[in-house]
Design a binder for this molecule. Structure first.
Ligand SMILES: Nc1ncnc2c1ncn2[C@@H]1O[C@H](COP(=O)(O)OP(=O)(O)O)[C@@H](O)[C@H]1O
Ligand code: SF4
Ligand SMILES: [Mg+2]
Length: 334
């Protein structure tokens, strides 16, 4: 298949190598009466300055839990069981709630899954953005505040009339762009967008995707873009991280993932991308993933892997760099 990659900047595709976020061996479990659901199980990855890292994988593989853990917003019965979340060398798993409050918004910003439905439909856009600013920065002179909000609306491609409008008067794409505006209002260094385009139609998905790219280029922020539309990810992200059942199975620059997917799960994901002529279903073998409360020894993908070997049933593959900048967790490459 031929993927339509996003346009590379004139300076080339290599992102700056300074990591703004480094996650090491993160484990997040949900307690249930029948045992812990290992939603995120020993996940490690980095986000580099100025890049968009795409995070993909089937529903239930742990994408949202990973995002919530980074912000330390995992709700009970979930809890961070282990690992480090290093943001500018500060371990977020260790800081106090007070310190976290400043870090959220100022440094990290989340556009939660379904954000556009959580806008207050009967409060004007300007009032909602004003509240976001004043909650964190205190009262502001009205003229300055208005200019700042107008600039912000322009940055996310919204016309100035949106300033006085109510969310119920806006289309889905416009509401989602208001949510992006609210996320970047305090100039964070990392924005996490959880499936920001999934409720929108295909054309609007592209518009919102382009808005995220514009914001990244103009503010120089890093982003984690969670999604499951591989075609859209191909156009937007610099590197792609593929999760399966709470595990990170492959990470590489996006063009490498599409040209040379290494993990059997990634290969199936890419084969399933709808082409113009035909829409192919994901060719995964029948049956759901095994129970996340009781993972088998060995590889997490063994039950569904078309290339499973004996070793896969007993030895867990670890994420290794097997080619330049290309990490995969699979015994085929060891
Ligand atoms: N409150 C909860 N209690 C028990 N299990 C949960 C809870 N929330 C999420 N999970 C489980 O954690 C796993 C990961 O969920 P999630 O992070 O939402 O995945 P994704 O965002 O990739 O769809 C899923 O198996 C889900 O069933
Ligand atoms: S380790 Fe084995 S079961 Fe797992 S993805 Fe690789 S080949 Fe398949
Ligand atoms: Mg999710």
């Amino acid at each position: 298949m031929t993927a339509n990659f996003k346009q590379q900047s004139p300076t080339g595709s290599t992102p700056a190598r300074e990591a703004v976020l480094e996650i090491n061996n993160l484990k997040v479990y949900y307690a249930t009466p029948t045992g812990d659901v290992r939603a995120v199980d020993d996940v490690s990855f980095k986000v580099y300055e100025g890049e968009i890292l795409g995070l993909v994988g089937e529903s239930g593989c742990g994408k949202t839990t990973t995002a919530m853990a980074i912000l330390r917003m995992v709700q009970p019965p979930g809890r961070i069981v282990g690992g480090q979340i290093l943001l500018d060398s500060i371990d977020l798993t260790k800081v106090t709630e007070g310190e976290l409050r400043d870090i959220r918004w100022n440094t990290l910003a989340l556009i939660p899954q379904g954000a556009m439905n959580s806008l207050n439909p009967v409060m004007r856009v300007k009032t909602q953005i004003e509240e976001a600013i004043e909650t964190h920065e205190g009262r502001q002179p009205p003229d300055k505040l208005k200019k700042r909000i107008m600039d912000l609306l322009g940055l996310v491609g919204l016309p100035s009339r949106v300033y006085n409008m109510y969310p119920h008067e806006l289309s889905g794409g416009m509401k989602q762009r208001v949510c992006i505006a609210m996320a970047i209002v305090l100039h964070p260094s990392l924005v996490i967008a959880d499936e920001p385009t999934s409720a929108l139609d295909v054309v609007v998905q592209r518009v919102v995707g382009q808005t995220l790219l514009d914001v990244k280029e103009r503010l120089g922020v890093s982003m984690i873009l969670i999604g499951h539309d591989m075609g859209l990810q191909a156009q937007l992200v610099d590197r792609l991280a593929v999760m399966y059942a709470g595990h990170m199975v492959e990470i590489a620059p996006v063009e490498n993932v599409f040209d040379d997917p290494l993990h059997p799960y990634t290969q199936l994901l890419i084969e399933s991308i709808p082409s113009i002529r035909e829409r192919k279903p994901l060719k995964l073998t029948e049956g759901l993933t095994h129970d996340l409360r009781n993972p088998p020894p060995g590889c997490i993908f063994q039950e569904r892997c078309p290339k499973v070997m004996d070793v896969c049933r007993s030895v867990k593959p670890i994420l290794l760099e097997v080619k330049a900048e290309h990490q995969v967790a699979c015994h085929l490459y060891e």
